[in-house]
Write a protein that binds this ligand. Structure first.
Ligand SMILES: [Zn+2]
Length: 72
């Protein structure tokens, strides 16, 4: 009687390895120069309904070109 529930637990733990929370919060983009994971900041500009996404390398301090998104 216990066999089916044991099988479910095995399936679940194999999915845990992927850390779904981390993947949703951060993009895995890396610096071209030192391969450090980039930090992203978002500036919300309510008067223009825009979000400006800036990325910066904490390793060597290089800033990448900001990207603009328009909110609809
Ligand atoms: Zn860097």
């Amino acid at each position: 009687m216990r066999a089916p529930s044991t099988r479910n637990e095995v399936t679940r733990s194999s999915e845990d390895r992927d850390q779904p929370n981390m993947l949703m919060l951060e993009k895995y983009e890396r610096c071209n120069y030192c391969n450090t994971k980039l930090l992203f900041t978002h500036d919300l500009n309510l008067s223009y309904l825009e979000v400006i996404e800036c990325s910066r390398c904490p390793g060597c301090g290089v800033s990448m070109a900001p990207k603009k998104f328009t909110l609809q």
